[in-house]
Design a protein around this ligand. Structure first.
Ligand code: RM4
Ligand code: MN
Ligand code: MN
Length: 424
């Protein structure tokens, strides 16, 4: 299914007058409106292929209907998201959930939908049918060399799939760790992981990157072999310039100052990108901005400041991706909400008066520094985000339009009620 552009234009027309009024008011608070709109228009966030179906917990899964049954249908769903928000022009694939049987055909379908392929993800946290060695006790860190070699070979195969589709990065998340004290020798586990990653690194094409994701616990509950940004950074540093650290917002212990981590990684040129989501307690994978939008803004504030300090292109020099799971909401609607939340936080960060903030910091004027940040955070930037979407052919209100056009109902008609997408 594809959305006819005229339907989006019609929906926009109904809201245009109201939007223009709101934009005029919002514009009063923005210094360089055109620059902000231009930056918002070029900003895109990749959609994870594994988040297009209903998620589940270890207790159960409640399917919503009309889920994509194939890789082609997953691309179609991202095409729908992109048609509505014009800010999701790529998909991040997970192998083996998304093996492209016919890469040229998949690539041309993507092109037709205005999409390209973001980072490819390997999966050594599950065993696959017919696999020789089990990952029950880990993969790249495993005590048995044969298991490590199998996991390395899988990652190299993932690179090959990605190459065929035009991806430029491999994203590695390991569930490797231990469940009980004494189970592992930490140093050996780390060294094994490093050696395995070195083998993968040497198989990277010249223009590729490898992104090392960390996570403090789960599915292992005592230790994780790449537990935090320090361990990821250490691996990325030892690997070389093509390796950097991927920050998944849900992969931090409660209270961690993520914005500070982001700032330092950026400074060192080792921030690969993001897996955006939100959480209340752990790796909850909730809709971005649904629980702690202020934290998201503070992260974007560091991103904008840090990227500008290094003359980086906001839109392309960092991997922007969502990694979320939708247990009770419509996946497409949830992803649309996430992208909106990201663009809102980005727009707010663009509004921060950087000069004034710098001066307040130099003068130790703590109160003023807070005022400056919160002035930007409390500005209603939604009309700016809507205008950027309108100018690029998207919907003024992507979520509302998704509902108005009965997209899910049409997908259910097409695909049926009892469809199950691969993923988590
Ligand atoms: C993990 C992690 C990874 C993702 C898997 C599906 O929790 O966040 O990024 O590949 O989920
Ligand atoms: Mn992730
Ligand atoms: Mn996660």
């Amino acid at each position: 299914m594809q959305i006819n552009k005229n339907l989006i234009a019609d929906a926009n027309q109904q809201q245009l007058k109201k939007h223009q009024n709101k934009l005029a008011i919002a514009a009063e608070d923005v210094n360089d409106l055109e620059t902000v709109l231009q930056k918002l228009s070029t900003f895109n966030v990749a959609i994870p292929s594994w988040a297009l179906g209903t998620g589940g917990t270890r207790f159960g899964r409640f399917s919503g209907g009309g889920e994509p049954r194939t890789l082609e249908e997953k691309l179609e769903d991202v095409g729908l998201i992109h048609a509505l928000n014009r800010s999701s022009n790529s998909i991040s694939l997970h192998i083996p959930w998304d093996i492209p049987d016919n890469a040229p055909a998949i690539k041309s379908l993507a092109t037709q939908l205005g999409l390209h392929f973001d980072a490819v993800n390997s999966n050594t946290f599950q065993d696959q049918a017919g696999q020789k060695h089990s990952y029950k006790f880990g993969s790249l860190h495993h005590v048995d060399k044969a298991v490590r070699e199998q996991a390395v070979a899988h990652n190299i195969e993932v690179i090959k799939y990605g190459k065929d589709l035009g991806s430029k990065a491999l994203s590695v998340w390991l569930s490797d760790g231990s469940n009980f004290p004494g189970q592992l020798n930490f140093r050996e586990a780390f060294q094994n992981t490093l050696e395995s990653l070195q083998s993968i690194y040497s198989a990277l094409p010249d223009d590729w990157k490898v992104w090392v994701e960390y996570k403090p616990y789960e599915p292992n509950f005592y230790s994780t072999t790449i537990a935090d940004w320090g361990q990821s950074y250490l691996l990325a540093s030892k690997l070389g310039p093509k390796a950097s650290t991927l920050v998944d917002l849900g992969h931090h212990l409660q209270g961690t100052n993520i914005e500070q981590i982001v700032s330092i990684l950026l400074m060192e040129g080792k921030l690969a990108g993001f897996h955006f989501n939100d959480s209340k307690y752990g790796d909850d994978d909730l809709t971005v901005g649904s629980v702690n939008p202020y934290q998201l803004f503070l992260i974007f504030n560091e991103l904008v400041e840090g990227m500008d300090a290094r003359n980086m292109n906001h839109a392309t020099d960092i991997g922007w991706m969502i990694d979320a799971s939708h247990n009770i909401k419509d996946p497409i609607e949830d992803l649309l909400q996430s992208v909106q939340a990201i663009k809102i936080a980005y727009a707010q960060a663009l509004l921060v008066d950087k000069k004034a903030l710098k001066a307040a910091q130099q003068n130790n004027d703590v109160g003023l520094a807070q005022e400056i940040l919160q002035q930007a955070y409390r500005t209603d930037v939604r009309p700016l985000v809507a205008e950027a979407s309108l100018r690029t052919g998207g919907a003024l209100d992507p979520v509302g339009t998704f509902r108005q056009l009965n997209v899910r109902e049409n997908l259910i008609k097409e695909r049926g009620l009892n469809t199950v997408a691969t993923g988590l």
